[in-house]
Design a binder for this molecule. Structure first.
Ligand SMILES: CC(C)(COP(=O)(O)OP(=O)(O)OC[C@H]1O[C@@H](n2cnc3c(N)ncnc32)[C@H](O)[C@@H]1OP(=O)(O)O)[C@@H](O)C(=O)NCCC(=O)NCCS
Length: 440
């Protein structure tokens, strides 16, 4: 029964997102090692699936390791200025060959999912010129993304693929970092999401000095980061460029979030279906860096009532919560609040004012699939705050099953006589609820 329920929940979440993302542009920056993974064909099928269902997919393949190996094979030694490879006249044909070979792997993968990938002259580049006396030759930077042709490709149901080569307006080719292309195309096209897909481990909270507020998953992964949290992780852990792949991914995500991409997702390609899970479920599978409001506690609206009753129904059936119907919720609408994650409600509760300066926190319910994520306690804290603002001096709960949890939140058992008069008269002796109170 529970598993059917969670399947239905998942389908609901997927539809919720599907409707929201129809026609939205998403950029996928995929590191080269991902293309060597056994799961690469499945990743491509998932991207083809997204493109086929109305999401506008754009792919930016990284090719660094492949370029290194092609140059190595032809005995060409690269020199670097900082972290930028100097692409000389003689190296350029090999760099182009390597970059387009990688792009062709994506075209092949998408074709298996029935979607055409298209490469083209989409990136206007300019040379870096001479830096500190070093001629950077064919190493360039992004001047602009030619958004019109990119959009036309996407509108015709195909997937533009932007390898790490761009051309100047006079047609001179340059080797351009794929991170830059991913950032510039996300910004220029107003992408709602940038995915940074790597082959390796998820971002583990244990590997870094991270702020207390950061949400960690059961698997130890950093689940999501606000712009501020991502910034402070970089500040506290950054050593040098090229030092840590995870930090580099956070750095790229942060730049994208700062240029206005609402959500950047760091995903490990080794995890089956990670892109779909990250996209269509609030639980996710990777790490999300977000620039907008992602989760919030807010007052109940009339249209939320079916969602709240759906959360409460199994608990009312088990007798954990007192039975309430839609009309009860509507009548006391202003007492209720919901915990919303990205537009979906996953917890709810109420604060009822019984006079004598006392408020009852009631009907706290969390979606079991989202248990132990701090939503219940955030709601209780929200109601305590609301009670304080309303000038109340005490909150209480009546509970039959959850006393330990309320004790953890600082509530203390109290006699029935401590309840305000109006509540005492309604106190249901047969339910034998315990009273727990907290002075605020
Ligand atoms: C109780 C409830 C609201 C907790 O929601 P939640 O969002 O999972 O809670 P949080 O994430 O804030 O807290 C989780 C912690 O409380 C603990 N916890 C959860 N339910 C508990 C219970 N009944 N008794 C004791 N501890 C409990 C968890 O083990 C977890 O501990 P940890 O942090 O050490 O791992 C949720 O389990 C629920 O909906 N229960 C049924 C309804 C109910 O009892 N409501 C209260 C009556 S008004």
């Amino acid at each position: 029964m529970e598993s059917v329920r969670s399947q239905v929940e998942l389908i609901r979440e997927a539809f919720h997102y599907q409707a929201r993302f129809d026609g939205a542009i998403m950029v996928f920056k995929v590191d080269f090692p991902v293309t060597e993974e056994s799961g690469f064909p499945y990743l491509m099928k998932d991207l083809a699936l997204l493109a086929g269902t109305g999401i506008r997919v754009l792919i930016v393949p990284g090719a660094k390791e492949w370029i290194d190996s092609v140059l190595g094979e032809y005995g060409i030694v690269s020199r670097y200025e900082g972290t930028a490879r100097i692409t000389t006249e003689s190296a350029l044909p090999f760099v182009e060959m390597a970059a387009f070979h990688v792009a062709s792997r994506f075209i092949t993968g998408l074709a298996a999912g029935g979607i055409d990938g298209v490469t083209g002259n989409f990136v206007r580049a300019q040379g870096l010129g001479v830096i500190g006396g070093t001629d950077m030759a064919h190493t360039g930077t992004v001047k602009k993304i030619l958004t019109d042709p990119v959009r036309r490709v996407m509108e015709s149901g195909m997937v533009p693929i932007l390898p790490c080569i761009g051309w100047s307006s006079s047609g001179r080719p340059y080797n351009v970092p794929s991170d830059e292309i991913a950032l510039a195309s996300s910004a220029a096209l107003g992408a709602v999401k940038l995915f940074i897909i790597t082959a390796g481990n998820h971002l583990s909270a244990g590997s870094y000095d991270i702020p207390e507020s950061v949400r960690r998953g059961e698997d130890g992964r950093i689940v999501r980061l606000s712009i501020q949290e991502a910034g402070s992780i970089l500040e506290n852990n950054w050593k040098a460029p090229g030092g840590d792949k995870g930090l580099e991914a956070i750095s790229l995500a942060l730049k994208a979030a700062r240029t206005g991409v609402e959500r950047v997702h760091l995903v490990n390609a080794r995890e089956e279906g990670a892109v779909l899970r990250e996209l269509f479920s609030n639980l996710g599978a990777g790490t999300m860096v977000y620039g907008d409001e992602y989760e919030s506690v807010r007052s109940l609206k009339a249209e939320d009532v079916p969602d709240v009753l759906r959360l409460m129904e199994p608990l009312m059936r088990q007798g954990v919560l007192v039975r309430r119907g839609p009309e009860d919720l509507i009548e006391k609408k202003d007492d209720y609040a919901v915990f919303e994650i990205d537009g979906s409600i996953h917890a709810s509760g109420a604060l009822h004012d019984w006079g004598e300066g006392q408020g009852e926190i009631a009907a706290i319910a969390t979606n079991p699939a989202y248990a132990d994520m701090g939503m219940g306690s955030r709601l209780v804290r929200y109601f305590i705050d609301r009670a304080k603002k309303a000038g109340l001096h005490r909150v209480f709960v009546l509970t039959t099953f959850t006393q330990d949890w309320f004790e953890l939140l600082g509530f203390k058992e109290a006699p029935v006589e401590s309840l305000p008069e109006k509540k005492r008269r309604l106190y249901n002796l047969t339910r034998k609820s315990k009273v727990f109170g907290l002075d605020i």
